[in-house]
Write a protein that binds this ligand. Structure first.
Ligand code: HEC
Length: 145
């Protein structure tokens, strides 16, 4: 009997911190877990190198399509050249569906003629809370932003 009570107490002690973690608006710890889906293509942190996707250090505040040594799609380059600078909010929108996001950006800037082709990022993250959390995590690698 005593053993049982102890076991239940241990379980409850483990569950409460997990639940309070979910309650925060943007959770960098959860974001780090979600970022594992991005590491198929992206690296971040010390010594990060371009892979299928560009390095994401300092991405918040970066002009889109400008990480050194990475070959971007014409669509991404055009968006950057026409003023797209990554804010947290814009990254949250972009990762939901990259190609339509970039096409809409260019069209809104009066550059519908450049809104052609596809973005090179074929990944989409539908869940809004997951997008917010992963971008909160990215921001921790964009010092000063
Ligand atoms: C299947 C590979 C792949 C996955 C998975 C992926 N990306 Fe990308 N990402 C790319 C590629 C390729 C580009 C360059 C897009 C282009 O040139 O059109 C890119 C570009 C970006 C950019 C713009 C960077 C810049 O320098 O302008 C951001 C921000 C980004 N990705 C965030 C993410 C996040 C966050 C995730 C995970 C939720 C993710 N990506 C998952 C391949 C991927």
């Amino acid at each position: 009997m005593k053993v049982k009570v102890y076991a239940i107490a241990t379980i409850v002690a483990g569950v409460i911190p997990a639940l309070t973690g979910i309650a925060t608006a943007q959770d960098t710890t959860n974001g780090a877990q979600i970022f594992k889906q991005c590491t198929t293509c992206h690296r971040i942190g010390d010594g990060a190198k371009n892979l299928v996707g560009p390095v994401l250090n300092n991405v918040v505040g970066r002009q889109a399509g400008t990480y050194e040594g990475f070959r971007y799609s014409p669509l991404m380059k055009a968006a950057g050249e026409n003023g797209l600078v990554w804010s947290e909010d814009l990254i949250i929108q972009y990762i939901a569906d990259p190609t339509p996001f970039l096409k809409k950006y260019l069209t809104d800037e009066g550059k519908a003629d450049l809104a052609v082709g596809s973005a090179f990022m074929t990944f989409k993250l539908a869940d809004e809370q997951q997008r917010k959390d992963v971008v909160a995590y990215l921001k921790t690698f964009s010092p000063g932003k």
